[in-house]
Design a protein around this ligand. Structure first.
Ligand SMILES: *Cc1c(COP(=O)(O)O)cnc(C)c1O
Length: 389
């Protein structure tokens, strides 16, 4: 059989052992410790897991390995087309592990392309991880890379400006330096960065992968060698995903293509209508004029995606008024849920970066970010239109 399509993988990947277990739904293993009968076998298992091996005959302790988490990781890796994946308790925990794993080479410099998710920006610049950081734009990567560069980090589409970064070009510019791509906004449904040269493909699983606003998670898809390192970091730092969360994520994968494609279709409709509205200054979405200058939709990304931003005329005041007037769409941070959420990046999610960096990145006072859900497009538009006036 030729390799199955993404929709098929989404339903079946990571479930190979279920028939053998004699169950149909994914089992949830909540054990924190695992009884052993043979001491030597326990010793060998512990040695393997502490060294970052994917499995051992005994999981030993839940911080070292969990079968429910491992099953989800297999499913996600299949969707991303990578050897493996390593799951964490949040997106930020996943990014921290990527940074620490890259640091293991003794290199201390990181190159980041701005703008990006503000907490990531803050984590790198805060000094907590001891990184020396160079911030640049996509064109500046090659020049910013040094012999002591541990990692190049990009995000695409960019939160919250929905710009698309060229992954293949970034990988080329990074050269020998590993490239980490935060692919949260695209999900594996719309882009598979590993095939374009990314070393580490990171997702906040809290968003589209979970998809129902009820689970926090992070995951990194990568080669076997990197997965081994990331698991080693996870054993020591302790940010392993909880098995209940892993179950919800794995179940979420089955409907991921349906959800993302439907939300994307609605986002396209809303982007067009918002763009034609007199109270709207501009719409940030790849299909809008100037929204995809490098022609990455169709080449890198299978579609423009389910996330859009728009700027209302009248800045902060108008943005606040608009959100107060909504009856269906929920004003809240986060994204990727079945219901539509709207938030104000300058005031909330991007607040942690300096005002100067915000302005340089195009995060204006009137900018609103919409995570389009699964409601009927006309109902969403009716809600936006009645509050836009
Ligand atoms: C939410 C988000 C993160 C952080 O993920 P958490 O699960 O909240 O820790 C990182 N990158 C992007 C693009 C995000 O949207």
């Amino acid at each position: 059989m030729k390799s199955p399509s993404l929709e098929t993988l989404a339903v079946h990947a990571g479930r190979n052992d279920l028939a053998e277990l004699g169950v149909h739904a994914l089992p949830i293993d909540l054990s924190t410790t695992y009884p052993f009968t043979d001491l030597q076998e326990a010793v060998d298992s512990l040695d393997a897991l502490v060294a970052g091996e994917a499995t051992a005959s005994n999981p030993i302790y839940a911080r070292l390995h969990n079968p429910t988490v491992a099953r989800f990781e297999k499913g996600l890796a299949a969707l991303e087309g990578t050897d493996g994946a390593v799951a964490f308790g949040s997106g930020m925990a996943a990014l921290t592990a990527c940074f620490l794993a890259a640091r293991a080479e003794g290199k201390n410099h990181i190159v980041g392309v701005r703008p990006m998710y503000a907490t990531t920006d803050k984590l790198i610049s805060s000094g907590y991880l001891g990184f020396d950081a160079t911030w640049t734009n996509a064109e500046g990567i090659a020049e910013a890379v040094r012999p002591d560069t541990a990692l190049v980090l990009i995000e695409t589409p960019v939160n919250p400006t929905i710009e698309l970064q060229d992954i293949a070009a970034a990988a080329k510019a990074a050269g020998e330096v590993p490239l980490c791509v935060d692919s949260t906004f695209a999900s594996p449904v719309l882009q598979r960065p590993a095939a374009l040269g990314a070393t580490l493909v990171m997702h906040s699983g809290t968003k589209f992968l979970g998809g129902h606003g009820d689970v926090m998670a992070g995951v990194v898809a990568c080669s076997d060698a990197w997965a081994k390192r990331l698991r080693e970091v996870r054993v020591f730092t302790g940010a392993i995903l909880h098995p209940l969360a892993a179950y919800l994520l794995h179940r979420g994968l089955t409907t991921l293509p349906l959800r993302v494609l439907r939300s994307q279709e609605t986002a396209g409709i809303l982007a067009e209508r918002l763009n034609a509205h007199p109270s709207v200054e501009q719409v940030l979405y790849p299909t809008m004029e100037g929204g995809d200058p490098h022609g990455l939709v169709g080449r890198q990304m299978d579609g423009p995606g389910p996330m859009l931003s728009f700027e209302v005329k009248g800045g902060f005041e108008s943005a606040g008024r608009l959100m107060r007037g909504l009856k269906l769409i929920t004003p809240a941070v986060s994204l990727g849920s079945v219901d539509t959420l709207i938030q104000h990046p300058a005031g909330l999610t991007q607040r942690m970066v300096s005002e100067k960096a915000r302005a340089a990145g195009g995060v204006s006072a009137g900018l609103l970010r919409v995570s389009v859900g699964l409601e009927a497009p006309n109902d969403l538009w009716t809600d936006l239109e009645q509050t836009l006036g």
